[in-house]
Write a protein that binds this ligand. Structure first.
Ligand code: ADP
Ligand code: MG
Length: 702
């Protein structure tokens, strides 16, 4: 009864009991034997090695010393009190410091007593010290039979105070492994284990905690990382396989008059090769008889809207309706205007539905959608409402898809009994590893080429002292008939945040750029939709020189004449946000500039890296990669539903190659005869079902 033993509540393990059991639950979410077994050490330390005090050269590694206490003293009072114990060996001395739990340790360190000290040195004011080291009397240390590589676990301060430091955890995992080793079964099939020479699962789990040597540790890690990524992929791909088996799609068999007429007579420019390739990919999907579910990635300004339009024309040619949903009214309006204009004299009926549409406009739209006379509808979330019904919705485009929730997207495609083809578009490039995980169930097309003639945007890091220069530069460009955006992180002044705010700075900008010579306007999230539209329209028509804005201009806005983007408090923005904002310029034939203003003295090293990355690169994918490295995948859009956050040992950045391997193997398992129901895959199926039960996120993917 293997499952039962591993499901034993953690309290029952020798050395734990109710009190520590509760702490393990509260602090680490460990409540069963299984959980503790899967609480992996974050590193190992070679306990057979001792450092000399004068060998300490880095504050990044854990070290072990053997030294004698020569002085103890408590410094400060109350909450500031700390205990400083000075120890020495034959090469020098070092201070050990305790900030908490002083009364427990204070009397242990008698002068001249000898200790084995284990911890991570900190460099402070020119010397090294070690805070809260683990201490063991030399006499006791030499008596224990220790494994050479000792596991180091993360523990909290509270855990340490209740006898659950890394050392005690190590003892507990050891007890546990001895007890459960025999019942640990495989989660993979024989074929995979043999081909990759993975360790058995019980050995992986044993060696990850207590490796015999470095090589075994690496093997254990490899096996466990594979397993984790394999099940992550299996989960995603199983949805895709299910769908391709069970869902039929509309067959768009013709490319007809509308597409051809537009292509030959109305296309305002030559398509880029990337646009052509992507249209072909989409077109192949649409005629395959299967429902298309495709992600279109393309950097800002790469011309995704046109691709969407041409695919909508294919839908019209096949007598189906299309809808295009955008996250903001500004953007929906912009799409409506561009598309209506591009379609010129063609006999295609295009409608616009947003929160600002009047009752009578809505009524007319609803009717035309139902009788089929409206071919293309463009809009915002308003499109999702139940009252919006189509005669025959065949194609759905979702622009800036990361702005929508899973359910919102799903609602749209439920508006047709046979699900329509779906194209979701994003300008937030996602590194390959993440795309495979987040969108493993989507096919991906990439526009990896910008329209010709675009000059790369020049990005400049500026600081407080440069502000006058920056504004002179903006002035010069406006005098040459260009336009500028100036973006602030917040709308109103805040007492807690020392940031420039839009309202405050608007007044300053007005003084620097006085009317009537210059015309300035603002755009932010607290304005009414109609006000935003008006402001945007005036800017687009060139009536406004400077748009003072918040990040509402972030997505999609297309004003080719604007060539300067100034971002204040640039350090406050994430990389993908900076890249999106920068993408508002560089859309026309003029040299464009993105100026990132920050306060140098307040820049964190991460903030500096972000700004430096922007200055160095215009490539959205490269930027997304750095972003992923800086923040980890947890902060990126969509990760919450994906199970990525629950990864215990794999790392999407570091383990990219393994992820590809895992994906291929998951694919093979599913494609094989009977897939998961093949008796060979019984272990896989069992564990998969267990994960689905355990991890909420495993059942949430759309
Ligand atoms: P995004 O991919 O960011 O949504 P848009 O679709 O808004 O980009 O296109 C950006 C700009 O590039 C628009 O002004 C559009 O008219 C223009 N554009 C699109 N395709 C081409 C092309 N093949 N050649 C020249 N300009 C193009
Ligand atoms: Mg766009």
């Amino acid at each position: 009864m293997q499952v039962d033993l591993l499901d034993t509540p953690i309290e029952y393990l020798k050395g734990i009991g109710p009190k520590r059991g509760k702490i393990l639950r509260d602090e680490l979410n460990i409540s069963t034997y299984y959980d503790l077994l899967h609480y992996f050490p974050f590193r190992h330390v070679d306990k057979s090695k001792f450092y000399k005090i004068n060998e300490i050269q880095s504050d990044n590694v854990y070290i072990q010393l053997k030294a004698k206490v020569i002085k103890t003293e408590t410094i400060g009072v109350g909450r500031k009190m700390r205990l400083v114990v000075t120890v020495e060996d034959d090469t020098g001395s070092i201070e050990l410091i305790w900030f908490a739990g002083i009364r427990w340790v204070k009397d242990k360190f008698k002068i001249n007593s000898e200790w084995v000290i284990f911890g991570k040195p900190t460099y402070f004011k020119g010397v090294y010290n070690i805070a809260h080291p683990e201490m063991e009397p030399v006499s006791e240390f030499s008596l224990i039979n220790i494994d050479p590589l000792q596991p180091i676990y993360y523990t909290s301060e509270k855990m340490k105070q209740h006898g659950l430091g890394t050392k005690q955890l190590a003892k507990l995992t050891k007890t546990l492994i001895d007890q459960v080793y025999a019942v640990i079964g495989e989660n993979l099939n024989k074929d995979i284990i043999n081909r990759y020479k993975f360790l058995s699962r019980r050995d992986s789990l044993k060696e990850i905690h207590y490796p015999k040597n470095e090589r075994n540790l690496d093997k254990a890690k490899e096996s466990l990382i594979f397993e984790e990524l394999f099940f992550l992929q299996l989960n995603i791909l199983s949805y895709k396989h299910q769908r391709s088996v069970s869902i039929k799609g509309f067959t768009f068999s013709v490319v007809g008059d509308n597409f051809n007429y537009f292509y030959s007579n109305l296309l305002p420019f030559k398509l880029t090769n990337a646009q052509k390739r992507v249209i072909k990919e989409i077109r192949a999907d649409m005629r395959s008889g299967k429902q298309m579910n495709r992600l279109l990635q393309g950097d800002v300004g790469s011309g995704k809207t046109l691709v969407a339009l041409m695919c909508m024309l294919i839908a019209v040619d096949n007598n189906f309706q299309s809808c295009l949903m955008a996250p903001t009214e500004i953007l929906a309006n912009q799409h409506y205007n561009t598309i209506s204009k591009m379609l010129g004299d063609m006999n295609i009926n295009v409608g616009l539905l947003t929160g600002s549409s009047t009752a009578s406009e809505r009524k007319k739209l609803h009717e035309e959608l139902q009788d089929g006379s409206l071919h293309i509808i463009i809009g915002t979330h308003a499109l999702i409402e139940d009252i919006v019904q189509f005669k025959n919705l065949g194609f759905v485009v979702i622009d800036e898809q990361h702005r929508f929730g899973v359910e919102q997207r799903a609602k749209l495609w439920k508006k047709s009994i046979t699900p329509p083809h779906v194209l979701v578009m994003t300008a937030t490039p996602i590194p390959r590893t993440l795309a495979m995980t987040l969108y493993g169930d989507l096919d991906v097309s990439v526009i990896d080429e910008l329209p010709p003639g675009r000059l790369p945007i020049k990005t400049i890091a500026a600081f407080e002292k440069d502000r006058q220069k920056v504004f002179r530069f903006v002035k010069k460009n406006i005098d040459e008939k260009r336009q500028a955006y100036i973006v602030y992180p917040i709308i109103e002044e805040s007492e807690t945040l020392d940031l420039r705010s839009l309202y405050e700075e608007f007044e300053n900008i007005k003084q620097i750029f006085p009317s009537p010579k210059y015309s300035i306007d603002m755009l932010h999230g607290k304005m009414k939709p109609a006000e935003k539209d008006e402001a945007m329209l005036k800017f687009k028509n060139g009536e406004t020189d400077i748009m003072v804005a918040t990040t509402v201009v972030e997505v999609g806005v297309d004003v080719p004449n604007a060539n300067i983007m100034v971002i204040e408090n640039a350090e406050r923005f994430g990389l993908s946000q900076l890249h999106q904002l920068r993408g508002r310029v560089g859309r026309g034939k003029y040299q464009s500039y993105c100026i990132l203003i920050s306060d140098y003295s307040k820049l964190s090293s991460e903030g500096r890296t972000r700004i430096q990355t922007m200055v160095n690169s215009n490539d959205g994918f490269e930027i997304a990669d750095v972003d992923l490295r800086l923040r980890g995948p947890g902060d990126l859009e969509g990760t919450a539903q994906s199970g990525i956050l629950e990864l215990k040992i794999a790392n999407l950045v570091r383990d990219e190659r393994m992820l590809v391997v895992a994906k291929n193997e998951a694919d093979r398992v599913l494609l094989y005869e009977n897939g998961l129901n093949n008796p060979e895959n019984i272990n896989i199926l069992k564990h998969f079902l267990l994960l689905k039960k355990k991890q909420k996120s495993f059942s949430q993917i759309s």
